[in-house]
Design a protein around this ligand. Structure first.
Ligand SMILES: *[C@@H]1O[C@H](CO)[C@@H](O)[C@H](O)[C@H]1NC(C)=O
Ligand SMILES: *[C@@H]1O[C@H](CO)[C@@H](O)[C@H](O)[C@H]1NC(C)=O
Ligand SMILES: *[C@@H]1O[C@H](CO)[C@@H](O)[C@H](O)[C@H]1NC(C)=O
Ligand SMILES: *[C@@H]1O[C@H](CO)[C@@H](O)[C@H](O)[C@H]1NC(C)=O
Length: 367
C-alpha cells in the first residue's frame, strides 16, 4: 500500500495493529531495538559502533550515548581551535573564521549539554529536539564561515564533519518513533495538509490533533498483540474517523472511546469530504547501507499466509453524506514493492471486503 501524493483529499488509515509475531526474549529484544534504530540515522555505521562501544541496547540509552559522544566531540573541536589560535595567525580572514568556529563549537557544547540534561531529567520531548536541532545549526556556522571564503581551507574540517554526523544521528534517535523504550506497537496519529511537504507531525509533538480523552492516549503502547500462527490468539482494534458536519472537525474513535479530533482549519482539501479513503500499511525505507530496510509490516509475513499469520483489515466502512456507515465494496488493492510487502483481498461469507497485508521487508527477493 502506498500514500497518495496526487490525491490531496485522501484519508489514510494505517493499520495500527493486526498480527504481531511471537515475542522475542528480552535480551534479544533490546539488541534488536538499538540495531533497528541505527538503521534510521544519518550515518548508521557511526551509530552501530557507538551502540557496541557504549553497550547501549535501548533507544533512550543509545540516544544518551549519542548526545554524549557529540558533546565530547564538540568540546574536542573547541579545544582544537584554541590550540590552533594559541599560535600567532597572520591571515586575518583565517583568524576571523577560527573565531567563528570557536563560538560555533562552544555553542554546540552548551546546547548538547542542555540536551543531556533534558534526557537525564525526562524534560518535555520537544525541548530535547529543540536543543539538538540548535546544536546542528551552531555546528554548521564554522563551515559557513569558510564557505564564504573560497580558497581558504578549514583546519578543523575533519572534526567538524564528524561532529555534524554525530549531532545529526542524535537528532534522528531523539525523534525515532520508538523512543519510548520498548518494542510494543503504538497507537499513533499523524496529520499533514500538503502531502508531507512542509506540514505534519505525530501525536501531540506539534499542534494539530487535539486529544479529548483521558483514557485513550495517542502514542500509547498496544500491549495486547496477536500471536503468529495461533488462530486462538488474534486481536483487532477498531478505529473510526468521521467528520462532524456542524464544526467540520474530523473525530477519531478507538473502540468505544472518542480519542480527539483534527480541527477543520487544518484541512482545506478535506473541508467538505474525502474523494478517496486508503487503508493499509506503510514503512520508511531509506535503503540503509544500500539494502531495502528489514522493517516489518504487519506480522512480518506476506498476505498469502492468511488468517492467524498475516495482518488484516476488515469491517471497512465509509461514512456517506447522510452519516450512514456503508460497507466499502469493490476495493482496489495496491502494493508498491510486492516482493517486500504485499496485499491480498477477499470477500467474506456476508459479502464484505477484507484484506491481508504485510511482509518482512528485506529478503532474497527484496534485496
Ligand atoms: C503452525 O502451527 C502448526 C501447529 O499448530 C505447525 O504444524 C506449523 O508448522 C506451524 N507453521 C508455521 C509456519 O510456523
Ligand atoms: C495547513 O495547516 C496549517 C496549520 O498548521 C494552516 O495554517 C494552513 O492554513 C493549512 N493549509 C491548508 C492548505 O489547509
Ligand atoms: C440521503 O438521504 C436523503 C433523504 O433520505 C436521500 O434522498 C439521499 O439520496 C441520501 N443520500 C445518499 C448519498 O444516500
Ligand atoms: C469497481 O472498480 C472499478 C475500477 O476499480 C470500476 O471500473 C467499476 O466501475 C467499479 N464498480 C462498481 C460497482 O463500483
Amino acid at each position: 500500500m502506498t500514500r497518495s501524493t496526487a490525491q490531496l483529499t485522501t484519508l489514510l488509515f494505517l493499520a495500527a495493529l493486526a498480527v504481531a509475531s511471537a515475542k522475542p526474549r528480552s535480551a534479544r529484544r533490546s539488541l534488536d531495538e538499538a540495531t533497528a534504530a541505527c538503521e534510521f540515522v544519518t550515518v548508521p555505521q557511526l551509530c552501530t559502533s557507538l551502540a557496541a562501544k557504549s553497550g547501549a541496547t535501548t533507544v533512550p540509552t543509545l540516544t544518551m550515548a549519542a548526545v554524549n559522544e557529540a558533546a565530547v566531540t564538540a568540546q574536542e573541536a573547541k579545544v582544537t581551535v584554541e590550540r590552533i589560535t594559541a599560535a600567532p595567525i597572520t591571515d586575518a580572514k583565517l583568524k576571523a573564521n577560527l573565531d567563528v568556529c570557536w563560538k560555533s563549537f562552544s555553542d554546540s557544547v552548551d546546547t548538547l549539554q542542555n540536551a543531556k540534561n533534558d534526557l537525564q531529567t525526562s524534560a518535555p520531548h520537544n525541548q530535547l529536539v529543540t536543543h539538538i536541532s540548535a546544536a546542528i545549526t551552531y555546528a554548521g556556522h564554522c563551515n559557513d564561515a569558510f564557505s564564504q571564503n573560497p580558497g581558504l581551507a578549514s583546519p578543523v574540517a575533519d572534526i567538524t564533519s564528524i561532529l555534524k554526523k554525530l549531532i545529526s544521528n542524535s537528532l534522528a534517535l531523539a525523534v525515532y518513533p520508538e523512543l519510548y523504550g520498548d518494542i510494543f506497537p503504538r497507537f499513533f496519529v499523524y496529520w499533514t495538509n500538503d502531502s508531507y511537504q512542509s506540514t505534519g507531525c505525530y501525536n501531540l509533538y506539534c499542534s494539530g490533533f487535539i486529544q479529548t480523552s483521558n483514557s485513550v492516549a495517542v502514542g500509547a503502547a498496544i500491549t495486547t498483540t496477536s500471536t503468529y500462527n495461533d488462530t486462538t490468539l488474534q486481536y483487532v482494534i477498531r478505529i473510526m474517523v468521521w467528520k462532524d458536519r456542524k464544526t467540520g472537525n474530523w473525530w477519531l474513535q478507538q473502540g468505544t472511546t472518542v480519542v480527539g479530533y483534527w480541527p477543520s482549519f487544518l484541512f482545506s482539501n478535506l473541508a467538505s469530504s474525502a474523494t478517496m479513503v486508503e487503508f493499509g500499511g506503510e514503512i520508511v525505507n531509506t535503503r540503509p547501507s544500500g539494502f531495502h530496510t528489514a522493517t516489518q509490516m504487519g506480522s512480518g509475513h506476506l498476505a498469502e499466509e492468511g488468517f492467524g499469520r498475516a495482518a488484516y483489515i476488515r469491517s471497512i466502512r465509509v461514512v456517506d453524506p447522510n452519516d450512514t456507515l456503508i460497507p466499502a465494496r469493490n476495493l482496489s488493492y495496491y502494493a508498491e514493492a510486492p516482493n517486500c510487502y504485499d496485499v491480498q483481498g477477499g470477500v467474506d461469507d456476508s459479502g464484505e471486503s477484507f484484506f491481508y497485508f504485510g511482509g518482512p521487508g528485506r529478503n532474497a527477493r527484496c534485496p
